[in-house]
Design a protein around this ligand. Structure first.
Ligand code: PSU
Ligand code: MN
Length: 305
């Protein structure tokens, strides 16, 4: 029985009642991953792309402690503009609900809320993962544990290249999380197409992706599934160029003592500065691409139900 304080938007509820495809979208990328006003424009464009490909978007955030599954245009703008939005992962949800806070949801929290709301497909930019130097900092994103325990398919452009992608994939393997790649055999690396590491399987067709995910869950393997979708060629940044900016941003973070949940937002913002905005453009392009692929997957999953 579900007693969570869920507020499912009428359009989302109607789609679910009719067995139509719904795609969950996260809000940390809006509140903490991109600057105003590009964050709002991107969030609006992502919802639009989901619609154009036959699914209903459900952007997820907490407003006054209520878990909103699907936001009005005004609420979307609030998430993009309110400097007081918390960044909520799994451990923060109870606090935000109890204290009636406004909170943006990370991949982990969005997976939880999507699952509570009966949504199977979720689109983000890039999942969190094992940070470089995690052996000393212990910084491993809560996204990975969530993927291990919550049955939602997460469409992403791989893991953010600020991370140790090899270790991130090892962690997902240990936790039994399938990592599917579309368009290429290798796992994607956010700003760049190729991480240099192989995914478990390459599956290009949405129908086949949907069948794999369904089979995984029908076996009672109640974990998430990662669908890696590389950034489009035209917007991809060369790995060598990227590596320079990442190295600099990581050094700056260390010098300024940035750690914990501030890490990822700091690094994304710093890389945007170092790249004179090129990385932000890439981030926008990859999330729009993920929106299309996620909508296609959700449509295929709905058709097979
Ligand atoms: N994808 C993006 N930008 C982001 C994120 C994903 O393009 O800002 C967010 C997601 O919410 C993800 C979070 O869960 O970054 C990872 O944060 P951390 O490393 O603190 O777990
Ligand atoms: Mn972290």
């Amino acid at each position: 029985m579900n007693t969570a304080p869920l507020l499912i938007a009428p359009e989302v509820a109607a789609a679910q009642a009719h067995g139509q495809a719904v795609v969950a979208l996260e809000s940390t990328i809006i509140a903490h991953g991109m600057p105003w006003p590009e964050n709002l424009h991107t969030a609006q464009a992502v919802e639009q792309v989901v619609r154009e490909h036959g699914a209903v978007p459900a952007t997820i955030a907490l407003l006054d402690g209520q878990i909103c599954i699907g936001l009005t245009p005004e609420q979307l703008q609030q998430v993009a503009q309110d400097p007081g939005m918390m960044k909520a992962s799994r451990r923060d949800l109870g606090f935000a609900v109890a204290m009636r806070r406004n909170a943006a949801t990370t991949v982990s929290a969005t997976m939880i809320c999507a699952h509570l709301g009966g949504i199977e497909v979720f689109v983000t930019g890039g999942i969190g993962g094992v940070h470089r130097e995690a052996s000393s900092t212990f910084d491993i994103s809560a996204d990975l544990q969530e993927l291990a325990r919550t049955p939602v398919a997460v469409v992403c452009a791989g893991a953010k290249s600020i991370l140790d992608i090899g270790l991130t994939l090892e962690y997902l393997e240990t936790q039994g999380v399938p990592v599917i790649s579309r368009g290429q055999a290798n796992f994607a690396a956010f700003y760049t197409q190729d991480s240099g590491f192989a995914a478990d399987q390459r599956i290009d067709s949405a129908a086949d992706q949907a069948r794999l995910i369904r089979a995984h869950w029908q076996l009672g393997l109640n974990s998430g599934v990662v669908l890696s979708n590389p950034i489009p060629d035209a917007d991809a940044i060369a790995r060598a160029t990227m590596d320079g900016w990442i190295t600099q941003a990581l050094a700056d973070a260390r010098a300024q003592g940035i750690s914990g949940k501030a890490s990822t937002p700091f690094l994304l913002a710093r890389i945007k500065e170092l790249s004179a905005g090129v990385s932000l453009k890439a981030n926008q392009a990859l999330v729009l691409h993920n929106a299309r692929v996620g909508a296609e997957l959700a449509v295929a999953m709905a058709a097979q139900r």
